[in-house]
Design a protein around this ligand. Structure first.
Ligand code: NAP
Length: 330
């Protein structure tokens, strides 16, 4: 019988960063598919801060989280190797949510067939471009807007600034964690300016001329950057929010202290989940694939090999060690 490895959550991390004993890489039998099921051999999976966050009990936040004793999950792309489901055949390439395991055996309805030729790499199907796209749709970029993007060299941020530009933004500023990343986003991704948030968010935004000029902030980190963005926003500016990485990393709430300015400036904050917007997926797929094909968007990625290296990669990502979307290759 075929066997495959899966990463199980054994216990919840004391702080958000897992210790080796919190997980176990276990070899398990891969059963033959029952009626309606398929067996998928995973090729790539997403490594993202949400994976570390989901190791904790998130019931108070109304966010789904991993069960202890069970395999973890994340977005993945794989190839069907056995099928008892009429709509999928061996050789089909599928997108699904059963990452953190070498083989997924589930109902065929849980898998979405994808066109392997749409992007130069299958891994691009795991890009967080959809998150960036939906955020920009939700926020609505107006011609000439000054836009600030958090974690501009990261999975969501590396794409969000590029889409903002394609939608007509006048000036796109990125916040990043190092001078090398600042060079990367300006030289490779077309950001107009970038700063290292370790140098102080507010002084850097003022230095870059954003004071009272910021129309839109694409937030994924929260904390001091969100506070600084509120400080420099124009009246009636908009904030769109997909994550709060600062809290994932520290495990400690670090809310902005200047919330009264939200009222004074009549700022709007809109948080979103990608899965709230299934209506935008097909529009995204057509438009984004076209941009990639025409060279209008750079899909930044770091690929890490081997399921055994997945946890270290997730921790490394949170610490800012990588550029672009972090992908695990099986
Ligand atoms: N709402 C949704 O549907 C949805 C979907 C996917 C992801 N998300 C969320 O979106 C966020 C971004 O995901 P991603 O995969 O693109 O992650 P990412 O931005 O590629 O990775 C996180 C990065 O944030 C930076 N960072 C860490 N702590 C920070 C801090 N305190 N302040 C500023 N930057 C910090 C680090 O880079 P540097 O320090 O080097 O800059 C790190 O690499 C995550 O919070 C994720 O959970 C939401």
């Amino acid at each position: 019988m075929r066997t495959g490895r899966e990463m199980r959550l054994v216990s919840r991390p004391a702080q958000r960063i897992p210790a080796p004993e919190n997980v176990a890489l276990v070899e398990v039998p891969v059963p033959a598919p029952a009626a309606g099921q398929v067996v998928v051999r995973n090729l790539f999976m997403s490594i993202d801060p949400g994976g570390l966050l989901r190791m904790s009990d998130l019931s108070e936040f109304d966010i789904p989280f991993f069960e202890t004793g069970a395999p973890m999950w994340s977005d993945a792309v794989g190839e069907v190797v056995e099928s008892e489901y009429p709509d999928l055949s061996p050789g089909d390439v599928v997108w699904h949510r059963f990452g953190w395991r070498e083989y997924a055996v589930e109902q065929g309805t849980q898998f979405r067939r994808i066109d392997p030729a749409i992007y130069p790499s299958l891994s691009h199907h795991l890009s967080f471009a959809l998150v960036a796209y939906i955020g920009i749709e939700v926020a609505g970029v107006r011609p000439g807007d000054t836009v600030l993007v958090a974690s501009a060299a990261g999975g969501v941020g590396s794409i969000a600034g590029q889409i903002a530009r394609l939608r007509g933004a006048g000036r796109v500023i990125g916040s990043v964690g190092s001078p090398a990343k600042a060079r990367y986003v300006t030289e490779t991704l077309g950001y107009d300016a970038a700063f290292d948030y370790h140098d102080g968010c507010l002084p850097e935004l003022v230095r870059l001329g954003a004071n009272d000029r910021l129309d839109l902030y694409f937030d994924s980190v929260g904390g001091p950057l969100l506070e600084a963005a509120i400080d420099v926003m124009r009246p009636r500016g908009r904030i769109v929010m997909c994550g709060q990485t600062e809290q994932v990393r520290s495990g400690v709430p670090t809310g902005p202290r200047n919330m009264l300015k939200l009222v004074g400036k009549r700022l709007g904050i809109q948080a979103f989940y990608t899965f709230d917007h299934p209506d935008l997926v097909s529009k995204f797929e057509k438009e984004f694939a076209g941009w990639v094909h025409d060279g209008k968007v750079v899909v930044a990625e770091t690929v890490v090999d081997g399921l055994e290296n997945g946890i270290a990669a997730a921790v490394g990502q949170l610490r800012g060690e990588f550029v672009g979307k972090v992908i695990l290759r099986f």
